[in-house]
Design a protein around this ligand. Structure first.
Ligand code: CA
Length: 224
C-alpha cells in the first residue's frame, strides 16, 4: 500500500512518515502544495494524507487538482482549524475523512487502515472481543449491546488493544502509539488511563477482558 503525505511542518511530516513506514506502508512525503500536487498526479497512491494549510498551494487546491485530473485516491485531510465550514468544504471537494490536529498517531493509523479497507472491500470496521464491540467508523463502543462513552484517548487506547487483541502490549508501546511519548516517559499515565478504561469497560461486567501482566504490560483477551 502506497501513501502520499503532503505536510509542510517538518516534525509532523517526518513523524507521520516514520510511523507509517514502521506500520509497513510505502510512503512519499511532499513538503508543499505544488510538490504534493505533482506527486499525486504522477504517482500511484492508494491514499493521501493532505494538510490544509500549505505553502504554494493549499490542501483544497491540491485536492481540486487531483480530482480535476481524475485521480481517485482516498484522501484524509489534516487540519489545525476546527471550523465546520472547513470540514464541509473538504468533504465537498471529495475528501474521504478529516482529522484535527493535534492527533495521536494511533488515531491517524486507525483512520488510515479504516479508509484503506473501506476503499477495497467496504468492511464494517467493527472490532470485537467477547461481547465488547468497537465501531471504528462510527466511533462507538458497546458491551453487551450497552453503549459506553469514552474520551478520545480512551477510545484510541481501546482501539489499539482491540486491533492487537491477545498480544501483550508494553507500556512503552502504548505510550508511543496513543500518547506520542518516548520510552522514558512517565508510564504512570498509561496505568491511570487503563484504570479509567477498565472502570467503564470491565468493572460493570462479570467477565474481565483487560488483563495486567505484571512487569510486562497489558493484554485484551477473553480468558477462560
Ligand atoms: Ca501546514
Amino acid at each position: 500500500m502506497k501513501i502520499l503525505i503532503v505536510e509542510d511542518e517538518l516534525k509532523t511530516g517526518d513523524y507521520i512518515r516514520q510511523g507509517l513506514m514502521e506500520a509497513g506502508f510505502i510512503v512519499d512525503l511532499a513538503r508543499d502544495g505544488s510538490d504534493g500536487l505533482h506527486l499525486g498526479l504522477t504517482g500511484d497512491y492508494d491514499l493521501a494524507i493532505l494538510d490544509v494549510m500549505l505553502p504554494k498551494l493549499d490542501g483544497w487546491q491540491v485536492l481540486q487538482g487531483w480530482r480535476g485530473a481524475g485521480k481517485e485516491m482516498t484522501v484524509l485531510f489534516l487540519s489545525a482549524r476546527d471550523q465546520v465550514e472547513d470540514r464541509v468544504k473538504g468533504l465537498e471537494l471529495g475528501a474521504d475523512d478529516y482529522l484535527l490536529k493535534p492527533f495521536a498517531f494511533a488515531e491517524l493509523l486507525a483512520r488510515v487502515r479504516t479508509l484503506l479497507r473501506r476503499g477495497k472491500t467496504r468492511e464494517s470496521g467493527i472490532l470485537c472481543v467477547a461481547d465488547l464491540e468497537l465501531d471504528a467508523l462510527r466511533r462507538r463502543v458497546t458491551r453487551g449491546g450497552q453503549r459506553i462513552d469514552l474520551t478520545a484517548k480512551e477510545f484510541a487506547l481501546l482501539e489499539l488493544l482491540l486491533r492487537r487483541k491477545g498480544e501483550v502490549l508494553t507500556r512503552s508501546l502504548i505510550a508511543s502509539q496513543v500518547w506520542d511519548m518516548n520510552f522514558d516517559s512517565d508510564t504512570n499515565v498509561i496505568d491511570v488511563a487503563i484504570r479509567r478504561l477498565r472502570a467503564k469497560v470491565d468493572d460493570p461486567f462479570e467477565r474481565k477482558l483487560i488483563h495486567t501482566l505484571r512487569g510486562m504490560g497489558y493484554v485484551l483477551e477473553e480468558q477462560a
